[in-house]
Ligand binder design. Structure first.
Ligand code: GRG
Ligand code: ZN
Length: 313
């Protein structure tokens, strides 16, 4: 079996950041904030965050903040809860949360909670359990969980639970591994994991492993490296990770590397991108692959960063 070519992945991530005119950068322009989170978190897990200029990143992030308190995907873009979490996560990576007006960001998140406990993604109102996770994760990092209605938020998430043990994006929505990560992560952060039938959900999740060792996001779908994050983190949070073959999954992820130019793709022989490079490296970290920092399955941040947030006061 091959090895993780970490040095090449570091070089790949840094090169994408520099090549602002490349195809990938143009496509990513509107979600640059998410891209920054993926790339920088991957670098941190590989122990190479010090190759980036902290002040440059922090000042760019702050220039993406809107007067409402939310952050946009890039300078001058409209704020959205998706980018707001990424901005807060990246500031946490650099231990720079003190530059942000915590109450201003919190007020933006609080303004997006609906009467039924759900969260909208922005002023346009789309509701999704992704936004419940993001809101809860974000205010928790900011030590402001008490500012949202946690009881209602949890109740809404539970209303999105299906008979198969999984969760969808809204009540009645089909179970999907991405939404399951969001719901399990939100329940983990709020201390509500006892509301999950762990054996039932664990069964659905471990059935996501296919012959090649990779994981898919729903029955009958193709495996994809990003589910090494969505599925695996969920299995860890409910204590059922021993229900899949770790060795086979490690092999699948390593097979998705571009061992010459660096980067990781969704499945073997596809083109690499920063998103799957992050999820591949994060998945390997969850699998305790040697040489990588451990990552927290609920906050999606390195464990030392989470410890810094909660235990440094
Ligand atoms: C901090 C890690 C982190 C996340 C923030 C944005 C977010 C919260 C969570 C997204 C969860 C989600 C819905 C992930 C799924 C992404 C994905 C690969 C969607 C593709 O779905 P389909 O149905 O693909 O197009 P399949 O694999 O089913 O063919
Ligand atoms: Zn994917």
């Amino acid at each position: 079996m091959g090895e993780l070519v970490a040095d090449k992945h570091v070089r790949y991530i840094l090169s994408v950041e520099k090549k602002k005119d490349s195809f990938e950068s143009v496509v990513m322009e509107h979600l640059r904030m998410n891209g920054a989170y993926w790339g920088l978190t991957a670098l941190d897990i590989m122990g190479k965050l010090d190759t980036v200029d902290t002040n440059e990143v922090v000042s760019w992030i702050m220039s993406c903040q809107h007067e409402s308190g939310g952050f946009g995907g890039n300078v001058g873009h409209d704020p959205h809860i998706l980018y707001t979490l990424s901005a807060v996560q990246v500031l946490a990576l650099f231990n720079k949360l003190d530059v942000v007006d915590v109450d201003k960001v919190t007020n933006y998140i609080v303004s997006l909670q609906n009467e039924d406990g759900s969260f909208s993604g922005d002023i346009w109102g789309e509701v999704d359990t992704r936004f419940s996770y993001i809101a809860i994760c974000c205010v928790s990092i900011l030590h402001r969980l008490d500012r949202i209605n946690v009881e209602k938020a949890v109740k809404y998430i539970i209303s999105c639970k299906n008979m198969d043990g999984g969760f969808g994006c809204t009540p009645g929505g089909e179970s999907h591994a991405g939404q399951i990560f969001c719901c399990v992560g939100a329940l983990a952060i709020t201390g509500s994991l006892d509301l999950i039938d762990k054996d039932l959900l664990g069964w659905w999740l471990c059935e996501r492993q296919v012959k090649s060792g990779g994981l898919n996001g729903r029955p009958e779908k193709l495996p994809d490296v990003c589910y090494s994050w969505w599925v695996l983190s969920s299995l860890i949070m409910i204590d059922r990770v021993h229900w899949i073959s770790k060795e086979k999954l490690i092999k699948f992820i390593l097979d998705c590397q571009d061992t010459e130019k660096g980067g990781i793709s969704d499945r073997p022989d596809d083109a690499v991108d920063v998103f799957h490079t992050y999820f591949g490296v994060a998945g390997l970290s969850l699998l305790e692959y040697p040489g990588l920092k451990p990552i927290d399955p609920a906050y999606a941040l390195p464990v030392d960063v989470v410890d810094q947030i909660f235990f440094s006061k």
